[in-house]
Design a protein around this ligand. Structure first.
Ligand code: CAO
Length: 474
């Protein structure tokens, strides 16, 4: 009897699962889905089936560089990015490094393409109400305020989560939890605290920061990936989560090979560093590498024709072991191919300075582009040092949309860097950055549903008005 009951209850418990599976199959068939639950492959031509993040709504509470880099990428992937800015002031970069009087700076325009701008005073009662409506409307809130600033506005994780449990709250901060979590951080602070500065520069000089904005733009990239992953997870869980990209962590992630070298030091000198060949002892921390290559292949920057007057007439040259023979032929030292003093990577290590000097005798007879042509013809990897002027004028970068010319109503035409990530079915078009508050009215009415009368009241309330206008009206 008990056996019979157990069998019956087992069969019963299987039923809902079976029913659900059957229902899913029916729905899937109705949607034209195949076996793995994905919709049938689109028949539309590539690039015409919408954008990757179409339908995703981003509440962009970012400023300066790190956060805007992230939201600009999301906008290029098709998300609707609504940037909230302080009335009358906006993102501080609008007015930083101004080159054209009366126009937003290039600093701002080059970091805020494809976004809409709404001005809202987040500390004003009505302003808070508007932001709450935006929180309910959007999928992701992205911010990079100083630690605690969002909480001080009243938008704690708990409050946001209560308003919209599906919302992803993504933040850039200088440091993760720990002794420095309350510190404000800018680019170079992160380069210094993330291990980049101590490993950049020449051995006999001070630490150096790099031109690449690895602290700001690098962390923005990290955050964008976290957001996309959180959106994907939300498809299963139905709930949002916090995403944090700390600038120190982002820089350290990009300096991963330097932490590798730190651990290798315990087991002997770093033989690929030129200081090894020069007999200079290593200390207890990864040293500055000068222009040594980060991988196992020795490399250095060498002068090319014209170096006396052109600060960028240089080339990065790698003496990669598999192409040692063609290198010897090119520079006119064919005996080095078999001479035991030069033939093996190990034999060459103590003589790298002398070897690079000999290669430089050859590179100085040619322009950097001639060296590149000659080397690539025999598979020797080299990197001409390109100036920003050369990059700006490079037609192949224009063709791929990596360098784009954009028209702006207040500044005219300017160049920018387009989306560096190319997708065959989600093609980015670069639209100019918004003017301050350009979309305030349309967002309040079309997106948030305020009536014309309510819009007029909001305008009078001071929630979207610059401070000086409020004072003048008082
Ligand atoms: N309405 C009203 N107030 C607003 C507002 C709005 N729409 N937008 C911002 N504010 C207020 C903030 O609430 C904050 O006020 P409180 O200090 O009273 O809380 C104030 O503006 C300033 O914000 P902030 O402290 O973030 O800005 P800052 O210029 O002092 O600091 C920065 C800038 C970048 C150092 C800091 O934001 C930070 O450390 N961010 C995290 C790390 C980061 O992203 N750094 C990279 C920046 S790019 O180099």
């Amino acid at each position: 009897m008990a056996k019979k009951a157990a069998k019956k209850s087992k069969a019963k418990s299987k039923k809902p699962a079976k029913r659900a599976a059957k229902k899913m199959r029916v729905v899937a068939r109705k949607n034209g889905a195949n076996g793995n639950g994905l919709p049938k492959p689109s028949a539309r031509p590539y690039g015409q089936a919408g954008k990757a993040l179409e339908g995703v709504k981003i509440l962009d509470f970012t400023h300066v560089q790190s956060g805007p880099t992230c939201t600009q990428l999301l906008a290029w992937f098709g998300a609707d990015v609504i940037k909230i800015e302080r009335p009358g002031v906006g993102d501080i970069t609008r007015g930083q490094l101004v080159d054209v009087k009366g126009a937003d700076s290039l600093y701002f325009t080059m970091l805020n393409h494809n976004k809409r701008s709404i001005t809202v005073d987040s500390k004003h009662k009505k302003g808070k109400e508007i932001i709450e409506r935006l929180i309910k409307h959007c999928d992701v809130l992205v911010e990079n305020f100083a630690p605690g600033a969002l909480d001080r506005m009243g938008f704690t994780w708990e409050h946001i989560h209560k308003l919209n449990p599906r919302m992803i709250v993504a933040s850039v901060k200088g440091f993760g939890p720990g002794p420095y979590e309350d510190c404000k951080v800018y680019e170079n602070v992160a380069q210094c605290t993330g291990g980049s500065a101590s490993t950049t520069g020449f051995r006999d000089g001070p630490p150096l920061v790099t031109g690449a904005q690895i602290g700001d733009s690098g962390t923005g990239l990290h955050l964008a990936l976290g957001i996309v992953a959180a959106l994907y997870q939300r498809n299963r869980t139905g709930r949002g989560q916090k995403v944090l990209a700390a600038m120190q962590d982002g820089v350290l992630n990009l300096c991963r090979v330097k932490l590798r070298d730190q651990q290798r030091l315990k087991h002997g000198p770093l033989t690929e560093f030129s200081q090894y060949g020069e007999g200079v002892p290593f200390g207890d921390a990864t040293p500055r590498a000068g222009n040594d290559s980060g991988g196992g292949q020795p490399g250095w920057i060498l002068k090319c024709k014209g170096w006396e007057t052109d600060p960028n007439a240089y080339i990065y040259f790698i003496t990669q072991a598999p192409v040692w023979s063609p290198i010897c032929d090119l520079i006119g030292e064919p005996t080095w191919k078999t001479d035991p003093e030069y033939a093996t990577p190990k034999a060459r290590l103590p003589k790298l300075k002398q070897i690079f000097a000999r290669i430089e005798d050859w590179t100085t007879t040619k322009t950097k582009f001639e060296v590149m042509e000659a080397c690539n013809a025999v598979d020797i990897p080299v990197g001409p040092i390109l100036s920003m002027k050369e990059i700006a004028e490079d037609q192949s970068l224009r063709k791929t949309g990596t360098v784009v010319e954009v028209d702006h109503p207040k500044r005219g035409k300017y160049l920018t860097v387009g989306n560096p990530i190319k997708m065959s079915d989600s093609i980015s078009d670069v639209k100019r950055s918004p003017l301050l508050g350009e979309h305030t009215d349309e967002i309040l009415t079309d997106v948030l549903g305020y009536s014309k009368k309510e819009l007029a009241d909001i305008k009078l309330s001071g929630a979207i008005t610059p401070e000086e206008k409020k004072q003048a009206a008082a």
